[in-house]
Design a protein around this ligand. Structure first.
Ligand code: SF4
Length: 364
């Protein structure tokens, strides 16, 4: 690298920070970057886009304005406010982390990324984001967006999923972030990945990094970063029963350690080979609750994609025939009035079934 190139290569962090300070998008946690607000926003922003997060963030900090209030809240209320945002372990960990903070740290979070990582739900990226934005610690926060920008910028060919790539990017960014405002630098990198250096069709003509960018200069923006092809995503057919008994509906609460833990759903499960869907509903309801039911008409079929699999879920109206509901797969079963369905936190697909069930019951 020539002296001139070397000088140019170390000026881009400063230029990027200036650009961020001029052009950044207003967000509720940016106008008041208190540790609590930064924390909530960073947890919500994992796996979720800014436009989706903003209304959730506003409602959440309105209802739970501090670590203390969050720690004292019931987990069911926290999950209810999180409903629809997905990846519910984030909400459970956040709630747990608030309790640890209040009990062990007197409500004051550790000031460094290393200290923050001791808390539930805080990985390397989130710890660095909170420590840099809320406390000004010069540690690079490296997520998928930043890995993409840096792979292109420096022409790195290590696959995205390989931990060695994150290690290398962190090592290269660490001396650079020490020379600028760490909060603004990390946010500028994230913003560049989200708005300019997008996975497809990066906006190189408007990018401050283009003068230094290997991928741009060698016309390889569609080859970098190296992304290994994902395997085939499994697809499951699911049958669930909206079981009625004397004007009430049966719902089941999932164990907290399960996926979608703490949320409520209708009993049911995966279709087995050589089984028709209404048979699946009868079998699963029997296995999960001990109840015998008569299966009626299908109410609705919903499709949903999770991170590692997809489902097509058909809900049947069912009538209770015999038996006393006992939780076998779930941790709790409840017979509730249809109007109360809205009060219970549910996964998105289940919520659609609940809404369709209430509409149908109103018509019948
Ligand atoms: S020049 Fe293009 S490829 Fe390089 S960092 Fe900017 S947007 Fe990404």
């Amino acid at each position: 690298m020539s002296k001139r190139e070397n000088r140019l290569s170390v000026t881009w962090p400063r230029e990027l920070v200036r650009w961020f300070e001029r052009e950044h998008r207003p967000m509720p946690w940016r106008s008041d970057p208190s540790p609590y607000k930064v924390w909530i926003s960073e947890i919500m922003l994992q796996q979720t886009q800014v436009v989706t997060v903003i209304p959730y963030f506003d409602r959440f900090v309105g209802r739970f304005p501090s670590f203390e209030v969050l720690a004292a809240a019931d987990l069911q209320d926290v999950l209810k406010l999180w409903e629809g945002l997905g990846y519910y372990s984030r909400a459970r960990n956040l709630h747990q982390a608030a309790r640890v903070l209040v009990e062990k740290y007197k409500g004051k979070p550790p000031l460094t990324a290393a200290g923050l990582r001791e808390l539930p739900g805080i990985g390397a990226y989130t710890a660095a984001a909170i420590a840099s934005i809320a406390f000004g610690e010069p540690v690079p926060s490296v997520d998928g967006n930043v890995l993409r920008v840096c792979s292109r910028l420096w022409g790195l060919e290590t696959p995205m999923r390989d931990k060695a790539l994150a290690d290398e990017v962190r090592a290269r960014l660490t001396p650079l972030i020490r020379k600028v405002n760490p909060s603004h630098f990390n946010q500028a990198m994230m913003e560049t990945g989200a708005l300019i250096c997008k996975p497809r069709n990066p906006q190189c003509s408007g990018c401050l990094l283009s003068r230094h960018c290997v991928a741009f200069k060698t016309n390889r923006t569609d080859e970098l970063p190296v992304v290994e092809k994902a395997g085939i995503v499994p697809h499951y057919r699911i049958a669930v029963g909206v079981v009625w008994k004397k004007g009430r509906i049966l719902i089941a609460r999932r164990a907290e350690k399960q996926m979608l833990g703490g949320l409520w759903e209708f009993p049911g499960g995966k279709q087995e080979k050589d089984e028709v869907l209404d048979e699946t509903a009868v079998r699963e309801i029997q296995e999960e609750t001990g109840l015998a039911v008569r299966v009626g008409v299908p109410i609705v079929t919903v499709k949903h994609a999770y991170s590692h699999f997809k489902i097509t879920m058909t809900a049947f109206r069912c009538e209770w025939l015999s038996g006393r509901a006992r939780p076998k797969a779930a941790v709790e079963l409840k017979w509730i009035l249809p109007a109360a369905l809205v009060d219970y936190p549910m996964p998105r697909a289940t919520r659609r079934i609940a809404e369709a069930s209430v509409i149908r019951s109103g018509k019948s």
